[in-house]
Structures are given as C-alpha cells and as structure tokens.
Write a protein that binds this ligand. Structure first.
Ligand code: 5RP
Ligand code: MG
Length: 209
C-alpha cells in the first residue's frame, strides 16, 4: 500500500519546506489540480529532481485532447497523469497511448461517475490499469465519503490497481486500509493538520503497520 500526498492549496515554497521534512514518508507526491492552475508543470520538474525516491503524479484531470495533454505531463517528468472517468473513452485511450510511449501511467479519476461497474469494464477494455475512487472537496463538504465507493470499486475491478481519495485523515485511515486499496491519497489530512509533519509520519506508519 502506497501513500500519496496531495499538494493542493499550497505555495511552491511551502510545498518544498514540507516535502523536505516528509518526503521519506511519501511514495507518490501529487501536484494537485489547484497547484497546477497556479504553477503549471514547474512543481513537477522541481520535485522530480529534488525527491528522486518519490514518484510524481500530476493531477491534470484531463477532459479532452488526452494524448496531447498526457504527453505534455510526461515530458515534464510526471510518472502519472490523471484523466476523468466521465469523459469520452477516446480521451482516456489517448492518455493510455501517451503513457505507454513514455513508460508511464494514467490514473482514471472516477469522480462523479454514476455507474461504476459499467465504466470500469469499458475503461479496462481499452488498457487502463490504474483507477482512482474520489469524492471531491465539494461533495466532502456535504458529508459524502469515498468508503462505499471504494468497496464497490474493489468488487468490480478485474486487473487495475485502485487508489482512494476524499478527505481521508489519521482518524479514518484504518477504515480505508481494511478495504485494501493499493494507494491511499491524503491531502488536507496532512496539509491542514495542526502538525503536518507528525500527521504524515503517523499516516505513513498506519499504512505500513
Ligand atoms: C480534489 C483533489 C484532492 O487532491 C484530493 O481530494 C485529495 O485531497 P483531500 O485528502 O484533501 O480530499 O483532487 O479534487
Ligand atoms: Mg488531487
């Protein structure tokens, strides 16, 4: 099980200061969507060079022009791009094609996908092998968690690895661990904790127990 640290509402300087202290607890550093809006691919290039033991995921949430946008992400040094499961299968196929060319991976973010088993079948058929269960911040704000969706996902994936994201923190991590996702993504649960370094360490230890 891997820990992915999502860096969303953070500046580049603060992200480096945090990562200098926590990168040894983190398997995948996510350059989050708001961070990409602010800084583009610059954090991807910087983190790739500064933290060579971590993989880098750019949370691009691609919706169109899959091959082109995924290629831009991989050229910057990302190990993973993300594409939205709700988009056209052609766009997802384009991302998968680019990932294969660069020896990288595409994670399909299933945020707002309604018929999960049907969509999983369709996207696995075009070569997807990494799927993310995700309840976004707006849905979190009305009390939705990704726990049930994770159980549903684990019961219908054929061969893909599964990640889960959506408000997970130290208090809830055990519930998610029980469902055995390959990657647990934590953003606010670390960045917004009173002591982000202690939170990262405790979550890392909980995952690796
Ligand atoms: C929001 C995202 C976040 O990166 C993801 O939800 C993880 O952050 P948090 O743990 O704070 O929910 O992609 O769209
Ligand atoms: Mg994200």
């Amino acid at each position: 099980m891997k820990l992915q640290l999502a860096l969303d509402d953070i500046t580049l300087d603060d992200a480096v200061e945090l990562l200098d202290k926590v990168h040894t607890y983190v398997d995948i550093i996510e350059v989050g969507s708001p961070f990409i809006i602010e800084e583009g691919m610059r954090p991807v290039r910087i983190f790739k060079e500064k933290y060579p033991d971590c993989e880098i995921l750019a949370d691009t949430k691609i919706m169109d022009a899959g091959e082109y946008e995924a290629e831009e992400t991989f050229k910057a040094g990302a190990d993973y791009c993300t594409v939205l499961g709700v988009t056209d299968t052609l766009t997802i196929e384009g991302c998968v094609k680019a990932a294969k060319e660069y020896g990288k991976q595409t994670m399909v973010d299933m945020i707002c996908v309604e018929d999960v088993p049907k969509r999983v079948k369709e996207i696995e058929a075009v070569g997807v092998d990494f799927i993310g269960v995700h309840v976004g911040v707006d849905q979190q704000a009305v009390g939705i968690t990704p726990l049930e969706k994770l159980a549903e996902m684990k019961s219908c994936v054929e061969h893909s690895i599964v990640s889960v994201a959506g408000g997970i923190n130290l208090k809830t991590i055990e519930e998610y661990k029980k469902l055995n996702p390959e990657v647990i993504i934590v953003g606010g649960g670390i960045n917004h904790a009173e002591d982000p370094v202690a939170a990262a360490k405790a979550i890392y230890e909980a995952i690796n127990q």
